[in-house]
Design a protein around this ligand. Structure first.
Ligand code: GAP
Length: 454
């Protein structure tokens, strides 16, 4: 089960940094990254909406994942499977029986807690974190899947579940993909999409929510090659976070203890990030063996094996699964990018997001709102917009507009001034160094693209 915070023996928990967390959360609200869901009704149970900048950032995280996992590989294909599924899938996958967390109720204040998150206090007793009572029920298993009904009649035959992981869509489509793509192991099926878990204790902002997005790859391999591919994917996935700007010393790889493994896993390593509240899982890489394909084959009666003609051998592939959270990764990228410094004696907040992730790549800023500048500034915007997501801002002083763009992580600002009308050149300002260079408009497209790539 995902999402616990772990501190292996000998390693103490890092100091929590609630102020950094508060600053990021406040910025997300103030600048339109993340809003509490149904806020005008007082919010809704740890659900969140992604605002104009948040949706762009989240898309960029998912696109960066898709680019590295599907686009740049010839051994992975994509899939977008249904969110609603019949009980058959979840019975075979083991989720109906085992996708549970141990839950305790506080008899005093009626709050519910995950038993494995509660530690005994100095008096040796477990207290309710809300009211302090020790009058707690014995732990009981609580299934995390959201149950619903399809069609107008709520009866046993119409039961359906919202998927708690995207993975099962890949397993039940294994044969379809094999038959339609001419792929053979080792090959993978990748999917990005929403998953739903009725978490007992959601929290830490978008770290653990009941509705979230996952980015999962199921990589099918000959059984003997599973250890090699497991190592490959741990390395690849760690590198992905580093390449997109997460400092290496804020990441660690933590193998699961045997008693911690999910019911399907023969071995899992988590990639964890040092969140302001401690180490937390971003992604798990699991060796799911042939558990899922065999389970679905047995339950459906369809054979889900592979015939290797060259070796004249039939086998059920093993699966190596790198399973990441898109919303949780987005939060990690935001936390890692958040910075403050001083420019010309003035404090500034800056999101040092990787250009691939930044919601806006370029902001086009006419120096003043004077009408004379508008046509050229719009022309510059029109030049860049087909290739890059841009912002256009002509309100307030240029200094304030630079600060606004820094705060949302825009790597480059392009300023159109009165000289531009004469020399058809503009000024590019770099978010991180604040350095400015003058560039002819004719060369602007290439210069901007080179700088963003560089
Ligand atoms: N298919 C395997 C699987 O789902 P998991 O470790 O339970 O494994 C994979 O989930 C990733 O999904 C986690 O590493 C985490 O990033 C994300 N995730 C899981 N539960 C989440 C939740 N309640 N809220 C946000 N992200 C979550």
């Amino acid at each position: 089960m995902s999402g616990r915070l772990h501190y292996p023996a000998g390693m103490s928990a890092p100091e929590p940094d609630p102020q950094r967390m508060e600053a990021v959360v406040a910025l997300c609200k103030r600048r339109g990254f993340v809003f509490p869901s149904a806020e005008i009704y007082g919010g809704f149970r740890s659900t969140y909406d992604y605002g104009p900048l948040g949706v762009q950032l989240l898309r960029n995280v998912k696109e960066a994942w898709w680019r590295s996992m599907v686009q740049l590989r010839d051994d992975v294909v994509g899939l977008d499977a249904a969110i609603l599924g019949p009980p058959d899938i979840w019975r075979a996958s083991g989720h109906l029986a085992t996708f549970t967390d141990p839950l305790v109720d506080c008899r005093s204040c009626q709050q519910r807690w995950r038993a494995d998150h509660l530690e005994p206090a100095e008096d040796g007793k477990v207290h309710c974190p809300s009211c302090g009572s020790t009058d707690l029920t014995e732990p009981r298993d609580f299934n995390l899947m959201f149950k619903t009904h399809t069609g107008p009649v709520a009866e046993e035959g119409s039961v359906a579940y919202l998927r708690p992981e995207t993975a099962q869509g890949m397993f039940v489509n294994f044969k379809n993909v094999l038959q339609t793509t001419r792929k053979k192991p080792p090959f993978g099926i990748a999917q990005v999409g929403k998953s739903f878990r009725n978490e007992i204790t959601p929290g830490n902002y978008v770290f653990r929510t009941r509705e979230f997005e996952q980015m999962e790859l199921e990589f099918f391999v000959p059984p003997a090659d599973a250890p090699k591919w497991f190592d490959h994917w741990v390395d690849e996935r760690h590198r992905w976070y580093v390449d997109l700007g997460i400092p290496e010393d804020q990441l660690r790889i933590r193998p699961h203890d045997p008693e911690e493994l999910s019911h399907y896993s023969a071995g899992t390593s988590d990639i964890e990030f040092l969140f302001p509240f401690g180490w937390g899982e971003l992604e798990g890489i699991a060796n799911r063996t042939d558990f899922d394909l065999k389970a679905h084959a047995a339950a459906s009666g369809e054979s889900l094996d592979y015939f290797d003609q060259a070796a004249n051998e039939r086998y059920v592939p093993y699966v190596i699964e790198p399973a990441a959270g898109a919303t949780r990764s987005m939060m990690a990228f935001l936390v890692a990018a958040y910075d403050t410094d001083e420019i010309g004696g003035e404090a500034r907040t800056v999101l040092r997001l990787h250009p691939r992730l930044a919601p806006y790549k370029v902001a086009v800023l006419p120096l003043s709102k004077k009408e004379a500048l508008t046509p050229l500034a719009r022309e510059v915007l029109g030049l860049l917009q087909p290739r890059l997501v841009c912002d256009y801002d002509d309100t307030q002083s240029i200094g304030r507009r630079y600060r606004r763009q820094d705060e949302v992580g825009t790597p480059l600002c392009v300023t159109v001034d009165f000289d531009s009308l004469e020399d058809r050149a503009v000024t590019i300002r770099d978010r991180d160094t604040t350095e400015q260079v003058r560039v002819p408009i004719d060369a602007l497209g290439k210069e901007v693209v080179d700088r963003l790539a560089g």
